[in-house]
Ligand binder design. Structure first.
Ligand code: HEM
Length: 263
């Protein structure tokens, strides 16, 4: 026996045409379908409230190009993440294969040299941009109450960016990166108290060995990028919550004047 079909819920039925209404063109139909899909997701997740909170904020007067340095640093990080994924498709972190796989990326993979160059120069750009962004927040007094925690998160982001540079430098596994990393690990090991332990941790033992490269690779492509992404999230949450600092040359409006202006 055939079971009767359950009726479609009214929300899924096309809206009946009003008298005299022209036929919808495909572009309008597509637009409406897009809006309907977003509505569908929003009804179930209520994400639009969070999105609105994040995007539509009051910004003080007089903000300028210096305020774009944080976003520029973020885009440099995104560039590293995207190009890094493509490099990881061909790179082999074993001591016998690493150099050859890096050479293969540069010479044989389609656009390999370009992507490797973007990753290499992108890392330099990220370090320059993070310093400029830090200088902006310092000189504009953005580290003061109530943004101290965001400054502290920024300092951790700066250290993690340096860890990315250090661990990435070994990966081409040529003479320069090999000896530079030995020097860096020895300098770290000569530090007081935690120095020798940190040195051993970096090398994966007392000597630079076969595990050092895979350890650097894991730190470079899994541990630190994950931490940076999470901390950027916390950093941006605080920027959205606390708002942006006004430029220091902007005089605050006196409360009496504000009331007069409103009248
Ligand atoms: C991966 C590194 C970083 C990213 C992606 C990043 C991103 C951002 C973005 C997008 C903003 C808002 C726009 C702006 O003011 O430029 C911001 C604000 C801020 N950042 Fe960073 N940042 C990073 C590192 C740092 C560092 C190293 C410091 C300081 C040590 C820092 C301290 C701050 C402070 C205090 C603010 C608030 C600025 C204000 O309220 O005017 N950030 N950051």
């Amino acid at each position: 026996m055939k079971l009767p079909k359950p009726p479609l819920p009214p929300a899924l039925l096309p809206r009946p045409k009003r008298p005299g209404e022209p036929r919808q063109r495909p572009l309008e139909q597509a637009k409406e379908a897009g809006i309907a899909s977003i509505d569908w997701i929003d009804e179930r997740t209520a994400l639009s409230g969070g999105g609105r909170w994040l995007m539509f904020r009051k910004v003080p007067k007089g903000t300028n190009w210096f305020y774009t340095l944080g976003s520029a640093t973020m885009f440099a990080f995104l560039n590293q993440a995207v190009t890094g994924v493509f490099l990881a498709m061909y790179y082999d972190p074993s001591p016998t294969r690493a150099y050859e796989s890096a050479r293969y990326i540069t010479n044989d993979v389609f656009l390999g040299e370009f992507v490797r160059g973007m990753h290499k120069w992108g890392s330099t750009m990220m370090v320059i941009l993070i310093f400029l962004h830090m200088a902006r927040t310092f000189f504009f007094g953005a580290y003061k109450y109530p943004r101290e925690l965001n400054w502290v998160i920024g300092v951790v982001l700066l250290i993690l960016t340096f860890v990315m540079s250090l661990t990435g430098y070994l990966l081409p596994f040529d003479q320069r990166s090999y000896w530079a990393t030995i020097v860096a690990a020895n300098i770290t090991a000569s530090g007081p108290l935690a120095g020798p332990y940190l040195g051993d941790f970096l090398r994966g033992g007392a000597e630079f060995g076969a595990t050092t490269l895979s350890r650097f690779y894991a730190i470079h492509m899994l541990l630190v990028p994950g931490l940076i992404a999470a901390l950027i999230g916390a950093h941006l949450y605080l920027v959205a919550r606390l708002g942006t600092t006004a430029p220091p040359w902007l005089k605050p409006t006196e409360p009496e004047k504000l009331t007069q202006e409103r009248v």
